[in-house]
Design a protein around this ligand. Structure first.
Ligand code: HEM
Length: 147
């Protein structure tokens, strides 16, 4: 069960990154070019929202079944154990909150440029956090679990 969950979580990272990079890029272009907010961006945001919440569910299950997450004070003294116990989950949770808050609050913003600006800032910070977290994992930025 752990292997399958980890493989799915690992593969979904690519979907999350592709949607997030596209969305951040399109939000930036929409903001500087002052283009009207369009349905493609809304769909892209929805796909990102679904993928990122799938990652959340898979990550939460992994957190409790993974042999790499060790609930012990000693984990704080070991860089790898601390990463999987505290750092990965907290950085990823912050990014998921940023993406979620951006999508939910931007609906109330009427001006398209202001909408794109907010989406760019929130999702841009989330993207940075996710990239840093994956780089810190020590598993390689582009990799799959080897079984
Ligand atoms: C944006 C969301 C997330 C992304 C992009 C992401 C990405 C990743 C990646 C790339 C790995 C390494 C996979 C591999 O070894 O091939 C991983 C592992 C893991 N993730 Fe996430 N993650 C996310 C959210 C979360 C959350 C929210 C949690 C927990 C609350 C979590 C818990 C874990 C755990 C426990 C592992 C290690 C499992 C193991 O090695 O046994 N992840 N994640």
């Amino acid at each position: 069960m752990h292997s399958l969950l980890l493989l799915t979580h690992s593969v979904f990272r690519y979907f999350a990154l592709i949607f997030l990079i596209l969305f951040v890029f399109r939000s930036f272009m929409g903001w500087i070019n002052k283009t009207p907010y369009n349905s493609l961006d809304d769909k892209l945001g929805l796909w990102l929202f679904m993928v990122i919440h799938t990652q959340l569910v898979l990550g939460l299950i992994l957190f409790f079944v993974s042999p790499n997450v060790v609930f012990s004070g000693a984990s704080m003294k070991d860089a790898t154990a601390r990463y999987w116990l505290v750092e990965h989950s907290s950085m990823m949770l912050i990014s998921i909150v940023l993406i979620t808050v951006a999508r939910l609050t931007v609906k109330k913003v009427a001006d398209a440029a202001a909408k794109y600006k907010k989406l760019f800032i929130y999702n841009g910070i989330a993207l940075l956090l996710i990239v840093v977290a994956i780089m810190q994992s020590g598993r390689g930025f582009v990799s799959l679990p080897s079984y």
